[in-house]
Design a binder for this molecule. Structure first.
Ligand SMILES: Cc1cc2nc3c(=O)[nH]c(=O)nc-3n(C[C@H](O)[C@H](O)[C@H](O)COP(=O)(O)OP(=O)(O)OC[C@H]3O[C@@H](n4cnc5c(N)ncnc54)[C@H](O)[C@@H]3O)c2cc1C
Length: 55
């Protein structure tokens, strides 16, 4: 996707649903690549870490 990982089209699927977080290459503009999978996983782990720090 030309707008990269911050593209608005990905926002709904990259937003936590309560305590449920989604991660995977399909949620990233690097679809079907390991880089996309790792980037997506890192994004979710960072979000979880920030959530724990804020609690
Ligand atoms: C043949 C092939 C070659 C590839 N070659 C390359 C390459 O050279 N370079 C590259 O960058 N990428 C390559 N890829 C793509 C790369 O493998 C994927 O982008 C990456 O593995 C995606 O990681 P993921 O964690 O998003 O998903 P996955 O690796 O698919 O992990 C998802 C996991 O969730 C599990 N799961 C699914 N449903 C459930 C459920 N209901 N409950 C519990 N667990 C569940 C699955 O069993 C799986 O272990 C290749 C893919 C294939 C198929």
């Amino acid at each position: 996707m030309p707008d990269g990982p911050g593209a608005p089209a990905y926002a709904p699927v990259n937003t936590a649903q309560g305590h449920v977080y989604f991660a995977g290459d399909h949620l990233n503009y690097m679809d079907a690549r390991q880089h996309g999978a790792v980037s997506s996983a890192r994004k979710v782990v960072t979000a979880l870490h920030q959530r724990v720090l804020a609690s």
